[in-house]
Design a protein around this ligand. Structure first.
Ligand SMILES: [Zn+2]
Length: 349
């Protein structure tokens, strides 16, 4: 059972991500680095930091406008905004990996916008002049635009979006898996060809790099997969292998770890489908929907009704209870508030 728990343990808390991150970066000290997860993590932290500084300055400016706070406080609060580029340099620094460089340049551009905004905020709060206040709004919009652009550029340089061959069947190289993608389309959009959901199965070698780079920046990712870009799902190699066994090799394990793996891998597709379909970010709610979609997902994958029901039952009875706290809730039960078919007594669906 310990293996089953390890199989499903979510990697959602940041401490664990960072520990693993250190291991990853330490072991890849070759001069031609393909990634630098530590840099990505630092950048994320800096962004969060700047966002807090921005919220604080806005709050103080509101206070000054209402005459509840002093201009001197605001002068102080906007200083970190005006020194945005300096803090980027100091807290993050230039990336050593060439493909991150363009985004670093764009973050520097965003910093000019942040500094402009800080100055405008400082100037407008005490004056109460409508034109100056409109100027603050314009500068703030510019901050949002430049940051978006920098983030988009960075994410487009990540391994998780690199081009991959489309390959079905019993393969273990990194590829886009056509049948799993069509099955997810069917679950989410009710038609195989309704949208282009892309399931990316990664090789043993690529997966840790893909996972820790994306996770280092985006923060939370599910232990065995993650959904992103509105249409992509990346899946861990052992989960893809289990799905390949079920779908292409007609394997139907009935006991032990292979059965748990089968249930967990079908549930993973259902779970990531929830992130795409509902844009749901709450893991416990996403997971509760997934529990109720395991059987349907299995049937769509061609596993037959009886076996799909069995996978759903195993997932609900043996694996769901061992989920980490963020991935389960007492609200998830037959007739409970998260029951997708409250009038039916069939559970998990
Ligand atoms: Zn999730």
């Amino acid at each position: 059972m310990a293996a089953a728990i390890a199989l499903l343990a979510a990697c959602s808390d940041e401490r664990r991500v960072n520990e693993t991150t250190l291991t990853v970066t330490r072991s890849t000290t070759a001069p031609t680095r393909s990634q630098d997860v530590a840099w990505v993590v630092l950048l994320r932290k800096w962004e969060d930091h700047m966002s807090n500084r921005g919220s604080h300055a806005t709050e103080v400016a509101d206070g000054v406008r209402r005459k509840a706070r002093k201009q001197a406080e605001l002068d102080l609060a906007v200083q970190p905004l005006e020194r945005c580029a300096e803090s980027l340099e100091k807290e993050v620094g230039a990336p050593r990996v060439p493909r991150y460089r363009e985004s670093y340049g764009l973050f520097r551009t965003a910093c000019s916008a942040v500094a402009d905004w800080g100055r405008a905020l400082d100037e407008a709060a005490g004056a109460g002049d409508a034109e100056l206040i409109r100027n603050v709004d314009r500068k703030e919009t510019r901050v949002g635009e430049t940051l978006d652009e920098a983030q988009r550029e960075l994410e487009s340089s990540f391994l998780a979006v690199e081009s991959l061959p489309i390959k079905g069947g019993n393969v273990s190289t990194s590829r886009i898996e056509p049948r799993f993608g069509r099955a997810m389309n069917k679950l989410v959009y009710k038609r195989e060809d309704a949208a282009q959901i892309e399931v990316r199965c990664w090789s043993q070698e690529d997966w840790p790099k893909v996972k820790f780079e994306w996770g280092g920046y985006a923060g939370n990712i599910d232990f065995a997969g993650f959904a992103y870009d509105d249409f992509r799902v990346s899946v861990a190699p052992e989960y893809c292998a289990s799905l390949v066994g079920l779908v292409y090799e007609q394997e139907r394990p009935t006991s032990g770890l292979p059965l748990f793996r089968a249930a967990a891998s079908v549930a993973l597709l259902a779970h990531e489908a929830g992130h795409l379909f509902e844009s749901e970010t709450n893991e416990a709610r996403t997971e509760c929907q997934a529990v109720q979609h395991v059987s349907e997902m299995g049937r769509i994958l061609g596993l037959g009704r009886a076996y799909s029901d069995e996978l759903a039952r195993v997932y609900w009875e043996d694996l769901y209870p061992r989920n980490p706290p963020a991935y389960k809730t007492p609200l998830c039960r037959n007739g409970g508030p998260l029951d997708l078919k409250p009038s039916s007594d069939k559970w998990p669906g």
